[in-house]
Design a protein around this ligand. Structure first.
Ligand code: 9MR
Length: 563
């Protein structure tokens, strides 16, 4: 027997629920048995057989599964394999992911622009205010008669998008939708979910309070004269790796376009119906959101083909803009999404009829440029409040979404880590962690309409993936797990002089593209192509659209676990 820690025993490094599935994965040569040690008493409390070997379809490495679901006793443990060693310490307890859920929401607070983060809320990561964004220039690409080039507007608040300090409407779209949706799906859960932010003492759930920080910024991104929405608020080029208050380049709002405007319309419509529950606390806001949404929709109808092409734009206008492009090439899904959210909120059938809502093409996991499923999720969660017109489509929608869930589950029992995430190398795109989290959300949507536990178990499996049961051995959430990401591509975490990165941030995760060309990648193998260094923006950046599904997945699993 050896009690040395062996990092090739992979598991959720945070832990497991007493009554849920519990698995670890051994990556290596064939072994027979495993045991579980109670770390406080050093007793063996459980013995089991490892599964047959599986072959990782991506790396061809062999793995075996240790299933210890039958161990239900609360405690701190390590999993051991004779002659191999033991795992990191993990816990079995109720609410085991609550802290991770709270931290991943709190991470949005740390991303706030235009405000100081006092020690009271930010702890050792307190910092001065940056980016007041109260004197933002109209870029020539965005100029109109009413707001000519060089006009100064005020567009404060919002979250920094990612490791950079710019604010992008397209990416705010799916991010806000994900956060608002977890609230819309589990409103009661969020009554008792405090992230210790400045607004925590008011009557609004922290999840909504935090979302309002970005919602209020988004509202300022609409041109009040016509309803069109700017693509982004940005410096011409990325800042150095400095703290927010040291990043003082001029900021611009850039070209209005159809897709950004539709994303905005969808978010504002969804926000409006949720905020109707807070009319007393937030007088007028729900109505303002709906008005903004309708204005945006109308602008898009009148300007249906305005696309954002940064390089093209730079040929015509100065200064050149070289920050994140968020250039989407297909607007069909944004039309579907905006029309659906407006329909659900207004119950006006004309929105439902305005676009082809069910094109006959396969579903795909949502990303910043593919939002079609967000529309369907919203319809299903508001099933009881639809007009006849949409209600007749619901059975078919349920069937299609269930088929999609079953497709995700297909073959998981032979997948090397027994996770939906990682069945194919295609899962490892830029921001692959968010893909895993968004797969988890899709599975939970299917679980809601079928209540078959296999979907919930698979969603939890993807959470296990994010927290350590994966081919890299990392827990991708900063501040959580034994093998943590320590050097995310994130300006404050790099520049603040504090050893630990800001907690609750989800690292992008493996991406064989290696677009950053940093030195030190261990391999090109898709599920291992990950580098925990600041340089690696294509595998180790953080982003709001990646953190939001982390919040959703962890919070939803917590909420459902209690039932
Ligand atoms: O998440 C985006 C990813 O899908 C794209 O492939 C990549 C390259 O265009 O850009 C990512 O988004 C980045 C954005 O452009 C700027 N802020 C940081 C984002 C995360 O890396």
């Amino acid at each position: 027997l050896t009690f040395a820690q062996n990092p090739n025993i992979r598991l959720n490094q945070v832990g497991f629920y007493p009554n849920a599935t519990k698995m670890a994965v051994w990556v290596g040569d064939k072994q027979e048995a495993f045991f579980i040690l109670n770390v406080t008493k050093k007793d063996t409390v459980f013995k089991g057989k490892l599964s047959q070997q599986r072959i990782n379809a991506i790396s061809q490495k062999t793995t075996q599964i240790a299933d210890f679901s039958d161990l239900k006793k609360v405690g701190k443990y390590q999993l051991g394999i004779p002659n191999i060693g033991v795992s990191y310490t993990f816990e079995i307890k109720p609410n085991v992911h609550r802290e991770a859920a709270i931290a991943s929401l709190k991470a949005f607070y740390f991303q706030r622009a235009s405000t100081a983060l006092p020690e009271k809320y930010a702890g050792k990561w307190h910092r001065p205010s940056g980016h007041p964004d109260d004197k933002v220039l109209i870029h020539p690409s965005a100029a109109t008669k009413q707001r000519p080039e060089g006009t100064i507007i005020s567009s404060p608040r919002g979250w920094y998008d990612a490791g950079d300090y710019n604010k992008y409407i397209v990416n705010s779209g799916i991010t806000m939708a994900t956060l608002l949706s977890v609230y819309e799906d589990f409103p009661d859960f969020f009554k008792n979910f405090e992230a210790h932010i400045p607004e925590s003492s008011n009557k609004i759930p922290d999840l909504l309070d935090e979302s309002l920080w970005n919602l209020r910024w988004m509202l300022t991104m609409q041109d009040p004269n016509d309803g069109g929405v700017y693509h982004k608020l940005t410096n011409p080029s990325f800042d150095g790796m400095v703290m927010p208050d040291a990043a003082t380049k001029p900021r611009y709002v850039i070209q209005k376009n159809t897709i950004a405007t539709l994303d905005f319309a969808a978010v504002m419509a969804q926000a409006s119906r949720i905020l109707q529950g807070y009319k007393k606390e937030l007088p007028g806001l729900a109505d303002s959101c709906l008005n903004a949404s309708i204005k945006a929709w109308n602008w898009a109808k009148e300007n249906p083909k305005v696309v954002y092409r940064q390089n093209e734009m730079n040929k015509s206008f100065d200064p050149d803009i070289v920050t994140g492009g968020y250039e989407d090439r297909n607007d069909a899904d944004e039309w579907i999404w905006a029309a659906t959210e407006l329909y659900i909120t207004t119950k006006d059938d004309n929105y439902y009829k305005a676009v082809e809502l069910y094109p006959d093409k396969p579903f795909s996991i949502p990303t910043w440029n593919q939002v079609q499923l967000l529309a369907y999720y919203s319809l299903l969660r508001n099933e009881k409040n639809l007009t006849e017109l949409a209600r007749k489509d619901i059975p078919n929608l349920k069937k299609k979404l269930t088929d999609f869930g079953d497709e995700l589950l297909l073959g998981v029992e032979n997948q090397a880590f027994n996770t939906v995430m990682g069945k194919t190398a295609k899962d490892y795109m830029w921001g692959s962690s968010s893909h895993g989290a968004n797969q988890g959300i899709a599975l939970l949507q299917v679980y809601k309409i079928n209540t078959n536990k296999k979907y919930l178990t698979a969603a939890l499996g993807n959470l296990d993936y994010l927290l350590g049961r994966n081919a890299t051995g990392y827990s991708f959430l900063t501040g959580f797990g034994s093998k943590q990401v320590m050097f995310p591509h994130h300006r404050p975490s790099e520049a603040d002089g504090i050893k630990e990165p800001i907690p609750g941030l989800l690292s992008g995760g493996p991406n064989p593209g290696q677009q950053d060309k940093c030195e030190g990648y261990p391999t090109k193998i898709a599920d291992e192509s990950f580098l925990d260094v600041t340089c690696s923006y294509s595998t180790n950046e953080i982003a709001i659209n990646w953190n939001a599904p982390m919040v959703y997945l962890a919070a939803a699993i917590e909420a459902l676990q209690k039932k």
